[in-house]
Design a protein around this ligand. Sequence first.
Ligand SMILES: *Cc1c(COP(=O)(O)O)cnc(C)c1O
Length: 392
Amino acid sequence: MNSGASGSHWKVPFNRSSLQGRELDYIMETIGVGQIAGNQTFSRKCQELLEQTLQIKKSLLTTSCTHALEMAAMLLKIQPGEEVIVPDFTFVSTPNAFALHGARPVFCDIRPDTLNLDESKLDSLITPLTRAIVPVHYAGVGCELDAILEIAARRQIAVIEDNAHGLFGKYKGRWLGTFGDMAAQSFHETKNLTCGEGGALLLNDPKYIERAEIIREKGTNRARFFRGQVDKYSWVDLGSSYVMSDVLAAFLYGQLEEWPRIQANRKRRWELYHRELAGWASLHGIRQPVFPSHCDPAWHMYYLILPAPEARQSLILHLQANDILAVFHYQPLHRSEYAISRWGESPPKPVSDYVSDRILRLPLFNSMTDSEQGLVIDALLRFNPAGSRTIS
Ligand SMILES: *Cc1c(COP(=O)(O)O)cnc(C)c1O
């Protein structure tokens, strides 16, 4: 899980957020102008950068990815009892945003290769109550979007991409986040590009833009007022307060401007892990990540899948003994206490269960140094899972 994963007392922490460009200059600039609420200069710059780079109709900065997903649920006018299909192996926010509006999450098992939602299971999960599919591009590798979009179109269901891991990754040459009706981005400190806490809603269909602006602005038509399209603003629909402060947008713009360098650096670290660990991993039956040739990953994380839960636990302890923090990931949602108490038991999800018990994420962050990554690689190469011995 994410909490506590960024502790700074480790020689190599799991994550460490850092300045990547002109964040501090931009923060001083927005403060200097005296306008630090949302929708100011840096918020607009971030939105324009996302819209122009990704070639999307509209992007709206939000207070988090979770809130962007909640906006998606409101834009779809999700009603109590309707169903939303989500991968079983994802962060709680993916289903929670829809459950908050009364939807029943239907958990879909994942593919054993990419750990993404298994599109071959979708047809059997769709019912007359299904309103949306929410694919997550796990670790920044695209889901099988052609198949997902075909099923969604045939059954007239919306696709909302939870693109928290996938910003600047591609599927068949096209940016992740531009395939579904909408996509949610995260700028939480654990993500590739960050402002601490933040997100964005990407809209690919112009029909959603006006209501999205209203929902984000407490149910008012304030956005139209500021564009001079109405002479006063008032309460016109349900909404909430999902606008990001320009102070955070200033920080975010400092990072977004640097995205090509940040992504290239992450790719280099990912490939270094992959290359240096290949022989050791195959010797010990440890699975390295894979991605299909039609996907350009966003290089969000580097993980290993250990042959058994005990091997993972001893590897975590071995790394800790070397002052390195590596962490596991999501618990299968279908087995969560809340899901069972609310919707009852759901059918087994063998792949999600298997991966959840065996996956280990290695430190990978923008300010990681060569010597830090070298420490992780050296420590891993000294570990023999068969003997489950800690050699430090
Ligand atoms: C991080 C994450 C979220 C939540 O992002 P916040 O910006 O913290 O709300 C949602 N979905 C996935 C897949 C994530 O990794």
